[in-house]
Design a protein around this ligand. Structure first.
Ligand code: URA
Length: 455
């Protein structure tokens, strides 16, 4: 039965005309929509009004609160320690969760990780984990708690009980052109993360060609909003702004990224993956109370790699969640995609730019991502880069190797890579990878000299 406490049309009209809604009014809209008492057409109109007119701080925290409480909010207080999670706004080749979660758990900080699937040109942690034969991300919330207790770590997908309003609203935003809206993105992310039962959160907010929010200034606004919501809910929340001007690491695709993550846990890292993983891990270890300073946290993260405990943690969680540990122990035993082809340089020069969005789309075309929500992904499909920004190339030299089980897709993927790679006589100036840090005190430039352990 609809609850007619408010006139929905007048709420939409007020937002449309640039006015503000109260906490109770926002709560009403979200509650009614979650229980199917408000039709999609009215919620769509409301979302578009928010997209066009924005939300003030009170409205943004009210919508996050309403979405968080639309479902179950986990209580993990029976588990000792400060529970810390990480969220990335998504990028190409961003496999950091697979590496940092075992590192942080091995350092003694519980990591309850609820992740998502690939979205558009970006990959998703769940699809990557599911490329490990047998790995089950569909644990119920009782098992979720049991596994964290046992291993300090769990990887699951969003359940029906966690932030159901977000699940419905996200699907609607996706088809009403209202995704790219800071208060809506922030409430969507934070409602899911806060429902996990965490005490602290680190956020990797990306900007650049491979990010959803390409403009660094917009990314700062998003980071600020995310941190404000976290602080308001009394969670220790820190965001780092990082540059996604080219894919992270060398491997893009579900299994290919798991494979690269295993190598990182064996201390064989691409520089960019190492830098951001150590930063975020160090922050989580510090937020989890195991290190006094960020630098100490980073040193502890390095120790878990060097003493093998982080890799062991990945092995243990794969076994616990039903995965085939043989492919973790011997990644070379994984069945590769049936077809591979090289993308080669058209001329001599230096790689001066890589449009990470086009690389992500090429990987999607090869089968690593989805064009429609229900489409299955190909675990073995993807791209292995041989050249990144600043590397010299000779005409005919391999720049990247494409992997797919659908050979017919090579042409479109190669065309996208041609658009993505720019080869010039010399490379331009490179931008730093970590640009800013945002905490409850505001936005600061990231100062590498204050974090010597990152070197
Ligand atoms: N990721 C989310 O979880 N929500 C958004 O709105 C955008 C990205």
């Amino acid at each position: 039965m609809p609850n007619n406490k408010f006139n929905v049309v007048s709420l939409i009209r007020r937002k449309r005309d640039g006015g503000n809604l109260s906490k109770t009014e926002i709560q009403y809209l979200i509650d009614e929509y979650t229980k199917d008492a408000l039709p999609d057409y009215q919620m769509s109109a409301f979302l578009m009004a928010v997209f066009l007119k924005g939300m003030n701080d009170e409205e943004a925290s009210a919508i996050a609160y309403a979405m968080l409480h639309s479902g179950k909010v986990m209580d993990l207080s029976e588990i000792n320690g400060v529970k810390v999670d990480k969220h990335s706004t998504g990028g190409v080749g961003d496999k950091l969760s697979l590496i940092l979660a075992p590192i942080v758990a091995a350092a003694g900080v519980p990591v309850p990780m609820i992740s998502g699937r690939g979205l558009g040109h970006t990959g998703g942690t769940l699809d990557k984990l599911e490329s490990i034969p047998g790995f089950d991300v569909n644990l119920d919330l009782t098992r979720y708690v049991e596994v964290i207790k046992k291993h300090n770590l769990v990887f699951i997908g969003q359940t029906e009980d966690i932030a159901p309003a977000d699940k419905r609203l996200y699907a609607l935003r996706d088809v009403t052109a209202t995704v790219e809206c800071i208060p809506l993105i922030a409430s969507s992310i934070m409602s899911k993360k806060l429902a996990e039962g965490i005490d602290a959160l680190v956020l990797d907010v990306k900007h650049g060609s491979g990010a959803f929010i390409k403009d660094p200034e917009e990314a700062k606004l998003l980071a600020r909003r995310l941190v404000d919501i976290g602080s308001e809910f009394k969670k220790d929340t820190v965001a780092y702004l990082t540059n996604m001007d080219q894919p992270l690491g060398y491997k893009i695709g579900n299994w290919l990224e798991v494979e690269e993550s295993i190598f990182c846990l064996q201390d064989e890292w691409p520089d960019d993956v190492r830098e951001i993983t150590l930063l975020l891990s160090g922050s989580m270890i510090q937020q989890g109370g195991r290190a006094e300073t960020l630098d100490d946290g980073i040193e502890m993260a390095k120790a878990t790699i060097q003493n093998g405990s982080a890799l062991k943690k990945l092995r243990d969680i794969v076994i616990e969640q039903g995965g085939d540990v043989a492919v973790i122990e011997d990644p070379g035993s994984y069945k590769p995609a049936a077809h591979q082809t090289d993308f080669t340089a058209a001329k001599d020069g230096v790689v001066s730019a890589i449009d990470a969005y086009q690389v992500g789309m090429a990987s999607l075309e090869l089968g690593a991502g989805r064009k429609e929500k229900t489409q299955p992904v190909d675990p073995a499909a993807g791209i292995v880069l041989r050249k990144k920004i600043g590397d010299k190339v000779k005409q005919g030299e391999t720049i990247a190797v494409l992997h797919t089980n659908k050979e017919a897709q090579f042409d479109v993927a190669l065309e996208l890579l041609e658009k993505a790679y720019v080869v010039e006589d010399k490379a331009g100036a490179s931008r730093p990878l970590i640009t800013h840090v945002v905490d409850a005190g505001g936005i600061h430039d990231f100062d590498y000299s204050r974090v010597p352990a990152l070197k």
